[in-house]
Design a protein around this ligand. Structure first.
Ligand code: GDP
Ligand code: IMO
Ligand code: MG
Length: 442
């Protein structure tokens, strides 16, 4: 049965939560493989609106196993808060949630260091979510991180905490001149979290590979997006994890041979939160219109998202680095009523035409987008559930997205609700997804 990775193709917030929720109906297991509570994945169902930060977006279905993989950085306070909120809304959380004991913990000093570091950078700041993500991954790579499984060994946990705080307090107090942390206080706080989380911990690589051997469908839920990936994104204006499809293997302990396909989620336009280059950004009333109609305010921090036209170069790059077999295009309805639509086909810089993303950040930030203009549509696409019902101009727009992205569209989303969706082909319902079939299916 197919195992599918879902990733963002832009700078996050493409609507991955909605798409994962729809696909999760046909999955047995949903697993997060990277990032942490910097993610905000929104799912709207008949009952309510849910925003997931650490818990996979499949949790709303009964009988699905939801896994937080080893590649995730876990803030136990945020996780417990999320569990409590969901339970208060009547969502079952018990044996259906499993956390890798290899996942790294976010500690209070990670958030404090991130805050102080961002402040000290002034205008060069990354505009992080303030969730301690970067410092926690930095500790993991520096081999001083504390893992979820360490919570079960109080002696070792305390020793690691003491060693880390000796160094981190020095940074905080001497370099940044802010208060440090007391070992005992943090220790007690985390032992409290251990009590709550100990029954959820497991070797999730074993759990996942067993499920795959049994022929179950596994959905890998990416957070952030390709252009926030630490290797392939607009470095240093990125997050600190592997948000592209490659991260799904290292972040779960499932080998690449077990993966059948990758689906990329792309908004019908582009948004970005935080700093960094954004060639098709609209700083005028057109951009404000997209922000307003698309309700483009962060699901995690509430910050306004920068908005711009669809960028074909950006998404084609995502098709390549993720090996995407298909696309889910979201928020088509937000473009309803636009007289004309621009779509970026390349960049111009210093007299040179770029058809691929320049690797040099300086060049990228100075690029001028090359646009093609397409007619807009008058009839609303909001809530459309059939491809046939879409206005011809919207079909033409989607065709151009497919061509520029070099990737067929499987799903079109026309509203935030589950049913406001056109599924041309369900990648979890067919044995081995092939490229190009969605176009023929129309
Ligand atoms: P994620 O981080 O990729 O899961 O995306 P977010 O949840 O942060 O942001 C996407 C927002 O768009 C959420 O508020 C969704 O409810 C909403 N959304 C998703 N798909 C559609 C759509 O097709 N149309 C509209 N209007 N809203 C959508
Ligand atoms: P989802 O999963 C949009 C951005 C931040 C900042 C940069 C680094 O909901 O798509 P970090 O806190 O990760 O160190 O911040 O990455 N960022 C996101 N932008 N959606 C997200 O997640 C994001 N997670 C991080 O705004 O620019
Ligand atoms: Mg989001």
């Amino acid at each position: 049965m197919p195992n599918l990775i879902v990733v963002g193709t832009q700078w996050g917030d493409e609507g991955k939560g909605k798409i994962v929720d729809i696909l999760a109906r046909d999955a047995d297991v949903v697993v997060r493989f990277q990032g942490g509570s910097n993610a905000g994945h929104t799912v709207v169902n008949a009952r309510d609106t849910f925003v997931f930060h650490l818990i996979p977006s499949g949790i709303l279905y009964r009988g699905k196993l939801c896994i937080i993989g080893n590649g995730v950085v876990v803030d136990p306070e945020a996780l417990i808060d999320e569990m409590d909120r969901l339970q208060a809304k009547g969502v079952e959380i018990g044996k259906n949630l499993v956390i890798s004991h290899r996942a790294h913990l976010i500690m209070p000093y990670h958030k404090a260091i991130e805050k102080a570091s961002e402040q000290s950078k002034g205008s060069r700041r990354i505009g992080t979510t303030g969730r301690g993500i970067g410092p926690s991954y930095a500790d993991k790579m520096a081999r001083i991180g504390i893992r979820v499984g360490d919570l079960l060994n109080p002696g070792l946990f305390r020793q690691k905490l003491e060693e880390n705080l000796a160094e981190m307090n020095c940074f905080l107090e001497r370099l940044y001149q802010v208060s440090g942390f007391q070992v005992e206080k943090v220790f007690q706080q985390y032992m409290g979290y251990a009590e709550r989380l100990k029954s959820c911990m497991a070797d999730t690589s074993v759990v996942l590979n067993r499920a795959i051997e049994q022929g179950k469908n596994v959905l890998f839920e990416g957070a952030q997006g390709t252009h926030l990936d630490v290797d392939f994104g607009t470095y240093p204006f990125v997050t600190s994890s592997s948000a592209a499809a490659g991260g799904a293997c290292t972040g779960t302990g499932v080998g690449p041979t077990a993966i059948d396909a990758v689906m990329g989620v792309a908004k019908a336009y582009t948004t970005r939160v935080g700093s960094g280059p954004f060639p098709t950004e609209l700083k005028d009333e057109v951009g404000e219109g997209l922000q307003e109609r698309g309700k483009e305010f962060g699901a995690t921090t509430g910050r306004p998202r920068r908005c711009g036209w669809f960028d074909g170069v950006l998404v084609r790059y995502a098709t390549r680095v993720n090996g995407m077999a298909s696309l889910a295009v979201t928020k088509l309805d937000v473009l309803d009523g636009c007289r004309e639509l621009k779509i970026c086909t390349g960049y111009r810089h210093a007299g040179r035409l770029y058809k691929e993303m320049p690797g040099d950040l300086q060049v990228l930030s100075e690029c001028e987008p090359v646009y093609e203009v397409l007619p807009g549509w008058r009839n609303a696409t909001t809530g459309a559930t059939s491809y046939k019902a879409l206005p011809p101009q919207a079909k033409r727009y989607l065709d151009r997205i497919e061509e520029l992205a070099a990737c067929p569209i499987d799903i079109i989303s026309t509203g935030s609700r589950r049913d406001e969706t056109i599924v041309l082909r369900n990648p979890l319902a067919s044995a081995r997804p092939k490229r190009g079939r969605a176009r023929n299916a129309r």
